[in-house]
Design a protein around this ligand. Structure first.
Ligand code: C5P
Length: 298
């Protein structure tokens, strides 16, 4: 039996499904430096990725169609229509390649939607990786990055899903190592409110509070920030409750909001501290979404 519980070869030649994980993205720090003339904002941000995320499974088809089925704990929050970032990513790659084949894709949504951890962006990037495998194509990195940026500012960074310093609106990427970050136990907490990224950016006060020093964990904790925290808190005050709860946990390295919120993250010194914090948060707030994970290594 296949790991899915399905039989592989039923009738005809059906390739075994390929799986990709759409790793959750976390902004350890996010400095907004300027509002650009095109409406986007110039950022400096340290992106890390969780070991966990949404799951995509796909099989190539002969008819050119892109079929998407969605399930999972947050599946009901999303439509499987042409607006879905998975469908958009697949169509963009198909058009770019002039690919005649299609794909049947199942997205299992474990990450909350519109929550600052890049669910949609990670899904789009994972779709590009999945289809490159299914269709057995090699795409030049620069071309892939261009396709990715058209799908969303965070998608280029999600293609590699490794720790990166990100600039521009999201297209300037540099791999970046910080002592103590890789493999670090990480808790993600979302209080169950979805926020609009565009709305949060629009609430930024246009004060440039300076560059991001990502040279050490101490610098990231004491000298860095998420400039979207204030506008997000104004729209969703419950984020303050999440941050307050995380701040009092033991053996905490750093707690902050990710992206435009409302998900906040906390980094811990040990797995034990992570588990204790997860239990405390779940017990105090049974309605909140809590995920125990680790920072993914390159
Ligand atoms: O690029 P993406 O479509 O994911 O961005 C969603 C919205 O977030 C944009 O329409 C824009 O309002 C805002 N944004 C921004 N500056 C960025 C990234 C996103 O203002 N660097």
């Amino acid at each position: 039996p296949h790991p899915d519980g399905k039989m592989d070869a039923q009738i005809g030649l059906v390739d075994a499904p390929v799986t990709e994980i759409a790793y959750a993205k976390v902004n350890v720090a996010l400095h907004v430096r300027a509002r650009r003339d095109d409406g986007y904002h110039a950022l400096e941000s340290l992106f890390v990725f969780a070991e966990h995320g949404d799951r995509l499974q796909g099989q190539a088809t002969d008819d050119g169609a892109i079929d998407l089925a969605i399930d999972g704990p947050f599946g009901a929050a999303l439509g499987a229509d042409a607006d879905n970032l998975v469908v958009r990513a697949a169509r963009a790659l198909q058009a770019y390649l002039g690919e005649q084949r299609g794909a049947a894709i199942r997205l299992t949504k474990y990450l909350p939607v519109a929550s600052g951890i890049g669910g949609g962006s990670a899904d789009a990037a994972a779709t590009l990786r999945l289809l490159a495998q299914l269709w057995d194509v090699r795409i030049e990195a620069g071309e892939l990055a261009g396709l990715a940026l058209d799908l969303g500012s965070d998608v280029p960074a999600c293609v590699a899903s490794v720790t990166q310093m990100v600039g521009g609106r999201g297209e300037r990427l540099a791999r970046h190592a910080v002592d103590g970050l890789e493999g670090c136990p990480m808790l993600l907490v979302n209080p169950g409110v979805g926020v609009s990224t565009a709305q949060i950016f629009a609430g930024w006060d246009r004060v440039d509070r300076g560059p991001l020093d990502g040279s050490s964990l101490e610098a990231l904790r004491d000298g860095a920030r998420n400039d979207l925290e204030a506008p997000a808190l104004a729209i969703a005050p419950v984020i303050g409750d999440v941050l307050a709860m995380l701040a009092v946990q033991e053996d905490l390295l750093l707690a902050r909001m990710s992206g435009s919120g409302a998900t906040c993250f906390a980094l811990f010194r040990s797995d034990r501290a992570l588990a204790a914090a997860a239990q405390a948060v779940r017990q105090a707030n049974p309605g909140w979404w809590v995920m125990e994970t680790r920072i993914r290594s390159a």
